[in-house]
Design a protein around this ligand. Sequence first.
Ligand SMILES: NC(=O)c1ccc[n+]([C@@H]2O[C@H](COP(=O)([O-])OP(=O)(O)OC[C@H]3O[C@@H](n4cnc5c(N)ncnc54)[C@H](OP(=O)(O)O)[C@@H]3O)[C@@H](O)[C@H]2O)c1
Length: 274
Amino acid sequence: METFQQGKYGSWALITGATSGIGRELARQLAANHMHIVAVGRRQARLDELAIELKAQFGVTVLSVPADLRDPLAIQAIVSSTEGLDIGLVILNAGAELTGSFVHADETAHLQLVQLNAVAPMQLAHYYGGRLAARGRGGLMFVSSLFAYQGVPYVAHYAATKAYLLSLGEALHVELKPYGVDVLVLSPGLTNTEMTANMALDFSKLPLIPQQPQQVAVAGLQALGKKATVVSGFLNKVMAWENRLLPRSTPVSLLGFLLKRALKGEIRSEGRVA
Ligand SMILES: NC(=O)c1ccc[n+]([C@@H]2O[C@H](COP(=O)([O-])OP(=O)(O)OC[C@H]3O[C@@H](n4cnc5c(N)ncnc54)[C@H](OP(=O)(O)O)[C@@H]3O)[C@@H](O)[C@H]2O)c1
């Protein structure tokens, strides 16, 4: 990837959610650019596989940090394991979805979602943003979503957590620029990963063209250092952009209609997440 300024981002990248999907692909592409990886995720076996693969293919080191980011103590464990490493790039990618009726989902599920999708990335951005600013250069990437660009009924809280990251990241892009830190919010549209494979939505009923994690990772790494935000994929860009031309309520209502139609049967009939 000729446009990726590896020198600027040092020799170590930290990636949350590196065990599958977009995070795993980001790890592969950075390793191909000779970066060592601090890989965070819950599944130890996947972290081990990643370490073996990236060592064999690219000769880089993977430091595995098994951690559940729904646990507030996980942040300290990540921080401790990276003391002494010259981390130049931090990618806050780990996330999960919660599909169905907002009020019928368990409150605990909502609290865990906001901890994983919003609180943990904020805490990691606070700590590593400070470290990168002190270092005088580096990169910080938030993985948000096309769903951040408007409220989305039936994935209401997921979309709200992604809007939080979009707002936080685009503001930090300006705040951290004088310190030489590039901040980017990468917003994927529908992408073929474990998350979407397990979602209670029939995506064939939505006007979305899926991308592969590899395409999303390229879009993010190419935009880093050039922009504050990037939406991956042409059609997704159009969808995010057209919102600016419409009354705010219009895309929300339209998505409400489309998402309700796409909910898988058992959730639609019970009105709650199974
Ligand atoms: N796929 C899409 O269509 C799409 C669209 C827009 C945005 N996104 C965003 O892209 C990001 C990556 O998702 P993906 O699509 O690549 O899905 P994925 O393949 O399911 O990957 C999710 C990653 O997050 C990690 N993770 C989940 N819960 C965690 C927890 N409690 N603690 C620590 N790590 C956790 C997973 O690792 P472990 O399971 O090993 O913990 C995994 O590595 C997410 O933030 C998602 O919201 C995805």
